[in-house]
Design a protein around this ligand. Structure first.
Ligand code: GCU
Length: 410
């Protein structure tokens, strides 16, 4: 009896200590529930969109606004001055194959300044190179063993701590440039840190200054990616027509939101972005909208919280975020063991979004079934794979992105 009681107590303590996601998430396909997705090709007044002109003039702006008003939010208008300063440069990086440049971008507005540090590698001898813009989680110096890389101001990690996620050799050998920055330079990934982010530049210094539709971290990080692109577009050897925004996980949500808004990006990649990224919100599988809003209230606009009790009342779903990228190439990648991010929900979302690509004459993913692990499903301008393994960015992922970009960006 005593032993049973002790076992029960132990079990209870174990459950209490489990992460909330493990206790609450559904991983049973038969419990996903039924749902009806909003139709990306029916405008708010009921009109069917059959021409790309109607998509671009009416439906696309409607959907963009739905995401601005209800999920990610927008930034207030503000006059922000930007200054670029090259603080380090070498034409003998990565075993002599690359030019390395480290650029400090200073933003000023509202009597405040903020700085971001960009690490840029460019392949030597390429006159016009395509470029990946990809924010990093732990600081620029954690992405490489290159000792000349300057540590990012808010990084708390050891140098070279996350090199496995950055296939710099492959990227450079394939003729691509890559630009990265520590996402903390733009917005701390924590609650209650608003004053230390870029927000004071916009006249926002506390949560009280936020409207229902003021964007927070995801919108800010997306803004950061666009500012890196501003800089890259000043360089002669960067190909303006082949710029790619790529992000992993919360930064995959960011790359999608960035690419949806900033149409200068010619291709968009979501790596394991999951809930409120590529995955459909209406599927009850893995992370859900109420769950993400509870854990990460600083990522989305305040209005998003109002859907916690009634996800189907969201006036849009994530396939429409992917559709905003049309007709530009979009790549959604999942990982088999990353059930929290709902790989199938990511695939179904892209499949549904591909209908919009059909307006531009592209093949769609309609009629294709969920591909086997590590199989590429590339149709029209939509790319998908579910890699074996866990939530991560691997060389397989980078190899896929480069091959897809080689084929689709001209
Ligand atoms: C958490 C979060 C996800 C997010 C991920 C990440 O797991 O719940 O939504 O994508 O962190 O950014 O690594």
């Amino acid at each position: 009896m005593k032993k049973n009681y002790a076992t029960l107590v132990m079990a209870g303590l174990f459950l209490m200590n489990l992460p909330a996601q493990a206790q609450e998430a559904n991983y049973d396909e038969s419990n996903v529930g039924t749902y009806t997705l909003p139709d990306a090709l029916t405008s708010l007044n009921g009109q069917q969109v059959i021409k790309k002109k109607t998509w671009e003039k009416i439906r696309r702006p409607e959907i963009l606004k739905l995401f601005q008003d209800n999920e990610y939010g927008i930034l207030p208008n503000a006059k922000i001055k930007t200054n670029y300063r090259i603080i380090e440069e070498s034409d003998n990086a990565l075993e002599g194959k690359a030019i390395r440049r480290q650029v400090e971008i200073t933003f000023s507005g509202n009597n405040q300044t903020r700085k971001m540090l960009v690490l840029l590698y460019m392949p030597k001898g390429v006159k016009k190179c395509p470029v990946f813009v990809a924010p990093n989680f732990q600081g620029n110096a954690t992405t490489t063993i290159d000792p000349a890389v300057i540590e990012s101001q808010f990084s708390t990690y050891e140098r070279a701590h996350q090199t496995s996620r950055w296939s710099y050799d492959r990227i450079i050998n394939s003729g691509y440039a890559v630009a990265t920055f520590h996402y903390y330079d733009i917005y701390f990934d924590a609650n209650g840190k608003l004053a230390e982010t870029i927000y004071p530049l916009f006249g926002i210094t506390s949560d009280d200054d936020l409207q229902d539709n003021t964007g927070k971290a995801i919108t800010a990080w997306a803004w950061g990616c666009s500012r890196v692109l501003d800089y890259l577009l000043t360089l002669k050897n960067i190909d303006k027509k082949r710029t790619i925004v790529m992000g992993h996980s919360r930064l995959g949500k960011t790359s999608l939101w960035c690419g949806a808004q900033d149409q200068r990006f010619a291709m968009v990649i979501s790596n394991n972005s999951g809930c409120s990224g590529a995955a459909l919100s209406r599927r009850n599988y893995g992370e859900t909208v109420p769950r993400i809003n509870k854990s990460f209230p600083w990522w989305f606009c305040n209005k998003y919280q109002s859907y916690n009790q009634n996800v189907p009342s969201l006036p849009m779903d994530q396939h429409e975020l992917l559709a905003l990228i049309a007709p530009r190439p979009v790549y959604v990648a999942s990982a088999q063991e990353d059930r929290w991010a709902d790989p199938r929900g990511e695939f179904l979302s892209l499949q549904e979004a591909s209908k919009v690509y059909a307006l531009y004459g592209y093949d769609t993913l309609q009629g294709y079934s969920f591909p086997a692990p590590n199989e590429h499903l590339w149709k029209g301008n939509c790319g998908y794979h579910m890699r074996t393994g866990v939530h991560d960015v691997t060389d397989f992922d980078w190899q896929s992105y480069i091959e897809f970009a080689d084929r689709h960006l001209k």
